[in-house]
Design a protein around this ligand. Sequence first.
Ligand SMILES: [Ca+2]
Length: 110
Amino acid sequence: MKKTTAAVLVAVLAVVLTGTGLATMDMQKDLNAKYPTAKAKCASCHVKAMAKKGDAEVNAFGKDMMAKALVDPKAEKKTFDFTKIEALDSDGDGQSNLDELKAGTNPGAK
Ligand SMILES: [Ca+2]
């Protein structure tokens, strides 16, 4: 019984961790596909550059992305309408998110 429980737990964890990692990389790829000059990386949306599960706090741009650009919160694969947050200045540095994405600067940190 214990072995079965452990095996199920490992299988569930593998699916959850793999899914989470792929989703994050997909978001980054989607952002770079729409804005090739953005050079989006983990720190574009997260407070820490190499965010780990459970310590993946998002910055101001990441918060705006999740709150205002997420197309369907219930969808397994998250997709975003980035145009909805282009005009915002998430990090409050005077440059719009679009201008920062075009310039390759970080829209989530001053
Ligand atoms: Ca800005």
